[in-house]
Design a protein. Structure first.
Length: 260
């Protein structure tokens, strides 16, 4: 009887692992589809800014502040207990990595805007270099998100679902901004590269596993990137963003996370 019960528990554990892995793959594919077909949602491409984009931005930021940042506090304790010079350097504050993520993506956006202000021709060597630098950085960003579909600080299907919803909404915001910046080049090449990066991240997550301290560092970098990438789309005056939609998205998703 005891042996049968033991095997029953083991079978249930295997089933749960397989279900989580399958869901992670489905979610990775759905996130890739946001980049591939987001441009067909013409109702988002309006001025004043679509209320749906503002709502999505608010929900993404809520996920960072309500879910990711508290986990960084736990990640800080994990890092402090980890030996090694590279990790020990981060012992002061894991939030420094979040600041790094924000700074890196701010620098990239500044570079792209300067290029547009200087009216670089779309086919010029400098324009192509900036395009690939921008797409390359977001490819790493998407690779990281695909990887974290498999390895999250808080395991389980519920955590995976909340992460997917927040990232899907966030991807609509990112996709809109990248299409506006790079237009035809993004449609022809960029969207395919970014979609592939998500699936590559999922595959790498399946094949590898990293330490809890390194996982905390990845989540910290992602948090800073999400905050910058949402705020940069909402704040410019020419966007004419919808504050109430942003606030509603933030409040609604924060409430969902707290109640969940």
């Amino acid at each position: 009887m005891g042996v049968q019960r033991l095997f029953a528990i083991a079978d249930t554990s295997v089933l749960n692992i397989s279900l989580t892995t399958l869901l992670a793959l489905i979610f990775a594919i759905l996130l890739a589809l946001v980049h591939l077909f987001g441009g067909q949602m013409r109702f988002l491409d309006v001025i004043p800014r679509s209320q749906w984009l503002s709502f999505a931005g608010g929900a993404s930021v809520a996920y960072v502040f309500v879910h990711l940042l508290p986990e960084l506090n736990q990640g800080q304790r994990t890092i402090e207990q980890t030996e090694g010079f590279a990790i020990a350097f981060l012992e002061s504050h894991v939030y420094l990595v979040a600041l790094l993520g924000l700074t890196v993506f701010y620098g990239l956006e500044h570079l792209v805007k300067v290029s547009r202000q200087n009216k670089q021709k779309p086919g010029s060597l400098l324009s192509q270099g900036i395009f690939w630098l921008h797409i390359g950085s977001f490819s790493f960003y998407n690779l990281l998100i695909g990887y974290l579909l498999i390895h999250r600080e808080e395991p389980g299907i519920e955590s995976l679902l909340f992460f997917f919803i927040a990232m899907a909404l966030h991807f609509f915001v990112n996709d809109y901004g990248l299409r506006e910046h790079h237009q035809d080049a993004y449609h022809r090449v960029g969207r395919w590269v970014l979609a592939s990066a998500i699936l590559c991240g999922w595959a790498i997550g399946q094949a590898t596993e990293i330490s809890p301290a390194a996982l905390a560092v990845l989540f910290a970098f992602l948090s800073g990137g999400i905050i910058l990438n949402v705020i940069k789309e909402e704040l410019p005056e020419e966007r004419q963003s919808c504050f109430w939609a942003f606030a509603l998205g933030a409040i609604a998703y924060a409430g969902l996370l707290i109640l969940g």
